[in-house]
Write a protein that binds this ligand. Structure first.
Ligand SMILES: *[C@@H]1O[C@H](CO)[C@@H](O)[C@H](O)[C@H]1NC(C)=O
Ligand SMILES: *[C@@H]1O[C@H](CO)[C@@H](O)[C@H](O)[C@H]1NC(C)=O
Ligand SMILES: *[C@@H]1O[C@H](CO)[C@@H](O)[C@H](O)[C@H]1NC(C)=O
Ligand SMILES: *[C@@H]1O[C@H](CO)[C@@H](O)[C@H](O)[C@H]1NC(C)=O
Ligand SMILES: *[C@@H]1O[C@H](CO)[C@@H](O)[C@H](O)[C@H]1NC(C)=O
Ligand SMILES: *[C@@H]1O[C@H](CO)[C@@H](O)[C@H](O)[C@H]1NC(C)=O
Ligand SMILES: *[C@@H]1O[C@H](CO)[C@@H](O)[C@H](O)[C@H]1NC(C)=O
Length: 383
């Protein structure tokens, strides 16, 4: 500090001192690093912003611009949140965007934001443009959300260089009424995913995997993963065995609506004892539900509907004491409903709140054991 204090520091000098501390040195202009301001201005030039969502992007203090946030400590831009704040839904809208969705080009000027940790471009519409490879060079990213953003083509494997990334959301919308022209993302060889060594949350819903031979092995290299959402990914197989299960924190595993066709539910899944929510709905798992399922003692939600599972429901299902939701629709259960009494006499009898038994071939009248389920709120069983 080029300030020399003589006898009594005046309040003005104190004020200057405080101000220069807050602004952190010469490279910042009114709280914003000038090179970063220039980077943002250039990035904005590439975007189409019909509704003026970026109209606050003028003046010198880029830290006050809408969607931009700077570190209080260093003054660098750390967050860029350009999520379209006006939601639309794939059920009610006939387009995968609305008037507030921004489009255009994603310029590499973004790389000028050297300390960027958070980037959210979700709910915009980039008309099927690919995810730029340079995204893999935004080295400090912790959070990347490109979900429902109309990006298309192959996901660049450079993203696997983001070793600090904790959240990756590439979820693509599954349904539109007018549909047909919704751009889609795909992944050729998922091996690059194993580079995301800090990842906690991964959502690749409706991203097509063209080759899944190394998928589970790659995911098994993510020691911090908590949530894995891989619904509608066109996954056709997963290995029946693994040398060692690394998923010690995995809490949610969603593999619903793929085409996984294996003779049984792979036994390594039952070693993932941290699982709270397991969704295997809408695949082609065959065989019967293994008794080992009781090893998943933290499970709260178990969804197995719509597979080729057959035979008895093992009474071990009834020993999962935290289970509150059980969905076993669309499968061939070879026992009558009253015979399931031994399943529902386990500790599940006080935890179960939702029981779904659609089209299970079970015969109709309400069995006595149903009255023993003291927490039950909803039962659905038709046909
Ligand atoms: C900066 O400080 C304010 C007020 O304490 C806080 O609300 C904001 O989240 C902080 N910004 C960042 C990027 O940490
Ligand atoms: C990503 O954005 C979508 C849509 O804006 C949001 O629903 C989702 O929760 C976000 N993902 C994460 C991991 O925060
Ligand atoms: C990023 O990833 C690509 C492809 O996976 C690789 O060729 C490149 O060397 C990586 N770059 C850095 C800086 O790590
Ligand atoms: C998934 O995304 C594609 C675009 O690749 C889209 O055409 C398709 O309708 C979506 N939904 C499903 C269920 O596959
Ligand atoms: C388990 O994770 C560690 C750390 O990521 C990795 O070195 C190891 O190869 C993984 N094991 C398997 C079987 O993938
Ligand atoms: C699963 O757990 C059992 C012990 O319960 C252990 O012997 C086996 O090696 C584990 N399998 C995997 C794939 O981790
Ligand atoms: C259900 O399974 C039994 C054998 O357990 C078989 O005879 C029957 O054809 C199956 N029904 C359907 C609809 O698959």
């Amino acid at each position: 500090m080029p300030i020399i204090m003589c006898s009594k520091p005046s309040p003005i000098i104190f004020a200057i001192l405080l101000l220069s501390l807050l602004c952190n040195g010469a490279s910042t202009v009114a709280g914003c690093v000038e090179s970063e301001r220039n980077a943002l201005v250039d990035f904005k030039r590439g975007l189409l912003d019909h509704t003026g969502r970026l109209s606050s992007w003028t003046g010198s203090d880029c830290c006050n611009w809408r969607g931009v946030a700077c570190s209080n400590r260093t003054g660098h831009v750390v967050r860029l949140d350009l999520r379209n704040p006006h939601p639309f839904s794939s059920d009610s809208d006939d387009q995968p965007y609305n008037e507030w969705s921004m489009g255009g080009e994603l310029r590499p000027s973004l790389l000028g934001l050297k300390k960027l940790r958070f980037l959210d471009l979700s709910m915009n519409y980039f008309g099927g443009r690919p995810i730029p490879e340079f995204v893999g060079s935004i080295r400090n990213l912790r959070y990347l959300n490109l979900s429902r953003s109309g990006l298309g083509g192959l996901v660049p494997r450079q993203i696997g260089n983001l070793s600090s990334l904790q959240y990756l959301d590439l979820h693509n919308d599954p349904f539109y009424r007018s549909s047909g022209r919704v751009p889609g993302l795909s992944i050729d060889d998922p091996l690059w995913i194993s580079g995301l060594s800090s990842l906690r949350h991964l959502d690749m819903g409706n991203v097509t995997f063209r080759d899944t031979s190394s998928l589970v092995e790659s995911l098994n290299m993510l020691p911090h993963i908590v949530e894995l959402r891989l619904s509608l990914c066109a996954i056709q197989s997963i290995p029946l065995s693994l040398p060692h299960v690394n998923f010690t924190r995995l809490s949610t595993l969603d593999l619903s609506y793929n085409r996984i066709d294996t003779p049984t539910i792979p036994s390594w899944l039952f070693n993932v004892s941290s699982l709270v929510h397991l969704d295997l709905t809408g695949n082609d798992f065959r065989g019967s539900i293994p008794a080992e399922i009781e090893k998943l003692s933290s499970l709260e939600v178990l969804e197995l509907s719509g597979n080729n599972l057959q035979g008895v429901i093992p009474k071990e299902v009834g020993n999962i004491c935290n289970l509150h939701t059980l969905r076993l629709g669309d499968m061939n259960i070879s026992r009558s409903l009253p015979e399931l009494g031994d399943v529902f006499s386990g500790c599940i009898k006080t935890s179960l709140e939702n029981l779904y038994l659609f089209r299970t071939g079970l015969t109709s009248y309400l069995p006595d054991w149903l009255g023993e389920l003291t927490s039950l709120k909803k039962t659905l069983s038709r046909q």
